[in-house]
Ligand binder design. Structure first.
Ligand code: ATP
Length: 280
């Protein structure tokens, strides 16, 4: 086998607590991360030429060595000591720099795909160790379960079974730099962390814990995020919040119809990216 097609899903954060700033510039976090079925499509074909090419043809995403998927493939070829090359093509369906983890998910999929194609048989644990060097969110996409993520996001524990939800994603397309958000975050000492329940039976139980410390930086700079969030709640979302460092807002709905009606209303007079998806 020298060819593989893979789907790389997006994520949303049900919870994002920033615990402390670390001396290495990263932050210790506590997150609940959930995958949704909005996916980039990736094809990998091994070849005999030793060339590695990544093409994705999307504005704001580099082709070639600047692409995180290229770095993932290079790492695996080097680890295998292989003289082969690969042609990787990515169709980006996940908005870029949106707080949805698209780049990290592409990298995770390429690590898993190359592991299979090269017959390396590395464990998921080993792939996660390789992945965290590419990006803090990469291990989560190898973990493949709803997770409580601590440390910089690489210490992963499975969450108890979470109820399925319909998720409306709306991205107003404003440019938010993740580095800028963390730089401008004012950390308060000795805050009480929300106690997490042991079970989540209903979508309402999930909505009860929604919180994202980064909203307090991103929303004052981009009030449209708060507007989208309140519109979603008005239109029947059981809960709504910004994902990651933004600007994508997600709303949780019990049924697809209400989510779709909200999507139609929110995009009537805008060119926002908006899609109804499901939790995975
Ligand atoms: P983060 O919160 O880590 O910034 P994000 O989900 O908000 O993640 P991504 O879509 O992963 O953002 O993109 C972050 C940056 O990574 C973009 O500016 C983009 O140029 C770069 N990048 C490199 N490779 C990829 C890729 N395969 N897909 C998306 N972005 C990529």
């Amino acid at each position: 086998m020298n060819h593989l097609t893979i789907q790389a899903p997006a994520k949303i954060n049900y919870l994002l607590d920033v615990i402390r700033r670390r001396s290495d510039g990263y932050h210790d976090l506590r997150m609940i991360m959930q995958r949704v079925n909005l996916c980039d499509d990736i094809t990998i074909t091994l070849n005999e030429t030793s060339d590695l090419t990544v093409t994705c043809g999307k504005n704001g995403v580099p082709d070639g060595p600047g692409n995180i998927a290229w770095k993932a493939a290079r790492t695996m070829l080097d680890l295998a000591g292989s003289k082969l090359g690969a042609t990787i093509s990515i169709t980006k369906n996940i908005p870029v720099a949106a707080g949805l983890g698209g780049g990290s998910s592409d990298a995770a999929s390429v690590l898993m795909g190359m592991n299979e194609l090269l017959g390396l048989k590395l464990s998921d644990q080993r792939l996660m160790e390789i992945g965290v060097k590419l990006g803090a969110d990469v291990p989560f996409f190898i973990f493949k379960q709803t997770a409580l993520a601590e440390g910089i996001g690489e210490q992963l524990k499975p969450m108890p079974p979470m109820p399925e939800a319909w998720v409306l994603l709306v991205n107003p397309g404003v440019h938010v730099s993740t580095a800028w958000v963390y730089k401008n975050l004012q950390l308060t000492n000795q805050r009480e962390l929300t106690k997490l329940p042991e079970f989540f039976s209903t979508v309402e139980d999930v909505c009860a814990i929604l919180s994202n410390d980064l909203e307090e930086v991103t929303i004052p700079a981009f009030p449209v995020i708060a507007d989208i969030r309140s519109s979603m709640l008005r239109m029947g979302a059981l809960g709504a919040m910004m994902s990651g460092s933004g600007p994508t807002v997600f709303g949780l709905f019990r049924d697809k119809d209400t989510a779709e009606k909200a999507r139609e209303a929110l995009t009537e007079d805008s060119d926002w990216f908006a899609v109804t998806v499901k939790t995975l």
